[in-house]
Design a protein. Structure first.
Length: 60
C-alpha cells in the first residue's frame, strides 16, 4: 500500500545554502549557465542574504 506524504510546496527540499555552494562549484568547472541557475534558486529562498548584492551584480 502506498503512503501519500503531504508537505508544504514552498519548503525547499534541500537547504538553500546548497544552491550557493553548487553554483560556486559549477562556476569553477566553467558551467556558467548551471551556476547562474543555482544562484537564482538561492536568491529565491534567501533574497536578504549577505551574498545577494554580489550575486545580483555577478548575474547582471
Amino acid at each position: 500500500m502506498s503512503k501519500i506524504v503531504k508537505h508544504n510546496t514552498f519548503t525547499p527540499i534541500v537547504e538553500p545554502k546548497v544552491y550557493l555552494l553548487r553554483g560556486q562549484a559549477y562556476e569553477q568547472l566553467g558551467q556558467t549557465h548551471q551556476a547562474l541557475s543555482d544562484y537564482c534558486h538561492y536568491l529565491l529562498w534567501r533574497p536578504d542574504a549577505a551574498e545577494a548584492p554580489s550575486l545580483l551584480a555577478h548575474m547582471g
